[in-house]
Design a protein around this ligand. Structure first.
Ligand SMILES: Cc1cc2nc3c(=O)[nH]c(=O)nc-3n(C[C@H](O)[C@H](O)[C@H](O)COP(=O)(O)OP(=O)(O)OC[C@H]3O[C@@H](n4cnc5c(N)ncnc54)[C@H](O)[C@@H]3O)c2cc1C
Length: 441
């Protein structure tokens, strides 16, 4: 028996039949256009993960490592017949040394549970993410939220990793103390590689003391350009730990996060108030302790409702999310051009600047239901036009109705040849997430 059936048969014998799930209802619930598994494997140890990867090599079956399944929509589509490899049974906090401010955990541990354990000792990872996302998923996607402004990325908090590479070999990189790397810091290679080089099974993080006071201030400005300039100047001058800004919808609106001791918090607030000119800018305390990129910027107040020829009005639905390193230059003009481009491709646009002002993202809304007389939103055309205009957009999410003819990551870059070489060395038979990362890696 070869291929998928042979693989599942061997996996049942090695891991136990109860850890190889293929009930249609479960697989339907997991299915995404980008990651549609043929079965779900639940190994219970590093050795079992290594065994599963070796079996995948033997039977030439692609594997989709997965944790909390909150970001399986990132990346290009998975090949047919791929099997999801769940890390959720590897969910132990292996070691926490509060005095050294270092913790080691298995990759399937949920982010929320990990933070709760650290909070007991007044420590944390200064990072926003869904509580159900796993540490392995966070490292594989290496996304970051607004606190990146003050603390850097998760990559910056990692001391060491244990991975099972695509050849089934378990490798350790880095270590468990703050000063530990001699030679290449290979742990960094896996962070952000979207599970294409190795299955991350354990990670060691350096921790931070949890701040005594955290707050979020919202700043509105009647003039978009003036508001943008003011907030950019503020985040360069004062130690805010987080900032996001939104468009469209006037006035300009931004949120600024402060983590500090009570006296420093009060001082920063006074400086912030002093920097807001009377008239034009308004400041208010939100009552939140951290910025939530899903809730802010507020969703557009002026999305284009679409009227069909039969008179029905269709509410626009979220069609895609795009992100790119924020462009320099005249932001308001460029945003107006983007808005027009979106409209000409059948979309309403909502812009956000997470980690303000260094990363921009756009949400595109369109009438996905279709219907006679409804303009058909054209994501492929929009993405092509943006890339042609020199904006290096990554498509981080698409509704099932929208397809792309090119990679979500854009056209090839010179460094991708080197990346292909690394992939060949660490996953020679391309069993880990094949085709999902840049240029088919
Ligand atoms: C509502 C929402 C808000 C978010 N906000 C933030 C935010 O503010 N800041 C931020 O940083 N991120 C944010 N994220 C993204 C977040 O980082 C991801 O959701 C998370 O990293 C994915 O973890 P997961 O366990 O769910 O991974 P999954 O969705 O299971 O997997 C995601 C990817 O990682 C790979 N993968 C998973 N586990 C492993 C592993 N052990 N080894 C190798 N590859 C693996 C998978 O193959 C897949 O490609 C947000 C996501 C959501 C849904």
């Amino acid at each position: 028996m070869s291929g998928l059936a042979g693989f599942l048969d061997a996996a049942r014998r090695s891991l136990g039949a109860e850890q190889v799930l293929d009930a249609p209802a479960l697989l339907d619930a997991l299915s995404l256009p980008q990651a549609r598994p043929a079965a779900l494997l639940r190994p219970g140890s590093v050795e079992e993960i290594a065994l599963a990867v070796k079996l995948a090599n033997e039977h030439r079956v692609p594997l989709l490592p997965c944790g909390g399944w909150t970001a399986m929509h990132y990346g290009d589509p998975a090949p047919a017949g791929a099997v999801a490899l769940s890390l959720q049974r590897l969910d132990r906090l292996v070691e926490h040394s509060p005095a050294d401010m270092v913790a080691t955990a298995q990759a399937g541990l949920a982010f929320g549970a990990f933070q709760d354990r650290l909070h007991e000792h007044g420590q944390w990872l200064p990072f926003e993410a869904p509580a159900t996302a796993t540490l392995g998923g966070l490292l594989a996607t290496d996304r970051s939220g607004p606190r990146r402004l003050g603390y850097g990325t998760l990559r910056d908090q990692v001391l060491g990793l244990t991975v099972v590479n695509g050849d089934g070999v378990v490798r350790k990189c880095g270590g468990k103390v703050v000063k530990n790397v001699t030679g290449y810091d290979l742990a960094k290679l896996y962070i952000g590689s979207l599970g294409t080089l190795g299955v991350i099974v354990e990670a060691t993080f350096k921790l931070r003391p949890r701040p005594e006071t955290s707050s979020v201030q919202e700043l509105e400005h009647d003039d978009f350009a003036a508001g943008f300039k003011l907030v950019r100047e503020l985040v360069q001058r004062l130690p805010f730990v987080a900032a996001v800004a939104g468009f469209p919808g006037k006035p300009f609106v931004a949120q600024l996060g402060i983590d500090a001791s009570p006296p420093d918090h009060a001082r920063l607030l006074r400086e912030l108030e002093a920097a807001c000119p009377s008239g034009g800018a308004r400041l208010r305390e939100t009552g939140a302790t951290h910025l939530d990129a899903e809730e802010f910027p507020p969703r557009p107040r002026r999305l284009r409702a679409v009227t069909l020829t039969d008179g029905r009005t269709v509410e626009p639905a979220l069609a895609a999310r795009l992100t790119w390193p924020a462009f320099a230059g005249d932001f308001p003009d460029q945003i107006a051009a983007l808005d027009q481009l979106a409209a000409s491709h059948g979309f309403g646009l909502m812009m956000g600047f997470f980690e303000f002002p260094s990363r921009a993202s756009a949400e595109l809304f369109g009438s996905l239901e279709g219907g006679e007389g409804a303009p058909a939103p054209d994501l492929d055309g929009m993405v092509k036009a943006l890339r042609k205009a020199g904006l290096p957009v990554t498509v981080t999410w698409t509704a099932a109705e929208q397809t792309l003819s090119a990679s979500a990551f854009g056209p090839p870059q010179p460094a991708w040849e080197l990346m292909r070489g690394i992939k060949r060395a660490l996953d020679p038979r391309a069993v880990l997430n094949p085709g999902r990362f840049v240029e088919g890696i």
